[in-house]
Ligand binder design. Structure first.
Ligand code: NAG
Ligand code: NAG
Ligand code: NAG
Ligand code: NAG
Length: 329
């Protein structure tokens, strides 16, 4: 489906989308929920308790994983919070746990390692059947969680910097063996909140909840150069009941791309994205869409509402995409 190239400059869009379903019928069932980020956890620790060093050069991969391993014992005992103090904390990928808050101080910066060996290679998503950049496996995201419940990733606007430049270069040159990592990916989980953070320069997508339900994404600033590939802002993928609000996104690709798997894999997996609300979004994406439906959406998309969307210099307000080798959102 071809969309005209429109430059929308300072137009406030108030849009209601109705796809495949009766919207009024579902609205009152969407019981949105709120989380407390700091006060609700019975146990807490600082990254420095686990040997973390915030000098921008020492690797904190082990410190993060040791902290999470330790705090995971409190899953059924009031939950836990890991505090990241001011500093520059270089780290490779680490996994998070349930009933857990990761809290970044406003002057904390997580610097993603640029060393590929710091990212385990994991299976392709079942609804995609392959990695997006390459056949076969994919590098695990910087912050990864699967089969979790009750997770909060937040801060007073602390920063997670994907340091994506070498990944973008290698992608352009076809030098990557596996699909690039995302900044945050949460799979098969429920009750997830990602809020009050600045995310910059992911190697690929920034926030990827997939096969999740009850997801809040709130108060994120997401910044990536407008010329780099596939740095989508937030990609709800085969998720139910997601609320994205108060976000400011500048991206080389779609600010928000709604997904549900690819071709026969997506159809076979059959998990739509549904009950999605997007509101108070500001988006700058000169070469892509503010909100894209697809490209991969073979599991279907139902019940999407968008309101108070400010699009500044974006190629299109809404895009519905079919994936092809040339076009890749
Ligand atoms: C994180 O979880 C993934 C998937 O379950 C696993 O492959 C990886 O080894 C884990 N990483 C660590 C450091 O435990
Ligand atoms: C995670 O949940 C999915 C879907 O319920 C299930 O297929 C998978 O086996 C679970 N993985 C683990 C490691 O428990
Ligand atoms: C968070 O930090 C970003 C980058 O410095 C800034 O643009 C944004 O206004 C800040 N957000 C809030 C709520 O302070
Ligand atoms: C995010 O920051 C805003 C403004 O400081 C605050 O009102 C809100 O409670 C914070 N949200 C969370 C989930 O901490």
């Amino acid at each position: 489906m071809e969309f005209p190239r429109i430059h929308i400059i300072f137009i406030v869009l108030a849009i209601c989308l109705r796809l495949n379903a009766v919207y009024g019928r579902h609205m009152h069932h969407w019981d949105f929920f709120d989380y407390c980020a700091i006060s609700c956890r019975a146990h807490s620790a600082s990254l420095t308790d686990f040997g973390g060093v915030g000098d921008g050069t020492t690797s904190n991969t082990r410190a993060f994983q040791a902290a999470v391993d330790h705090l995971s014992q409190f899953e059924s005992d009031g939950g836990s919070m890991l505090f990241v103090p001011p500093g520059k904390w270089l780290t490779g990928s680490f996994n998070i746990t349930s009933h857990f808050t990761l809290f970044l101080h406003k002057d904390a910066v997580l610097l993603a390692s640029q060393d590929e060996s710091e990212y385990a290679v994991i299976q392709p998503l079942p609804s995609y059947g392959r990695g997006r950049d390459t056949e076969g496996g994919r590098y695990i995201s910087l912050i990864f969680g699967t089969n979790l419940t009750d997770v909060v990733i937040t801060g007073n606007n602390g920063t997670i910097d994907g340091q994506g430049e070498p990944w973008w270069d290698k992608f352009h040159k076809g030098e990557l063996l596996y699909t690039r990592p995302y900044l945050i990916e949460i799979m098969h989980s429920e009750n997830i909140q990602i809020s009050n953070l600045t995310l910059v320069n992911s190697p690929s997508w920034h926030v990827h909840p997939v096969y999740c339900s009850n997801v809040i994404v709130q108060g994120l600033t997401i910044l990536a150069p407008v010329t780099v590939p596939n740095t989508d802002g937030i990609n709800p993928d085969s998720c139910t009941n997601t609320r994205i609000e108060d976000c400011y996104i500048v991206s080389g690709d779609d600010c928000i791309a709604v997904k549900s798997g690819w071709d026969e894999y997506g159809i076979a997996f059959g998990m739509p994205t549904k009950q999605l609300v997007i509101r108070r979004l500001t988006c700058i994406s000169p070469f892509s869409a503010v909100i894209a439906l697809g490209s991969e959406m073979s599991g279907g998309i139902q019940d999407v509402r968008a309101e108070d969307i400010l699009a500044i210099n974006s190629e299109s307000g809404f895009g519905s995409r079919q994936r092809s080798d040339e076009e890749d959102t």
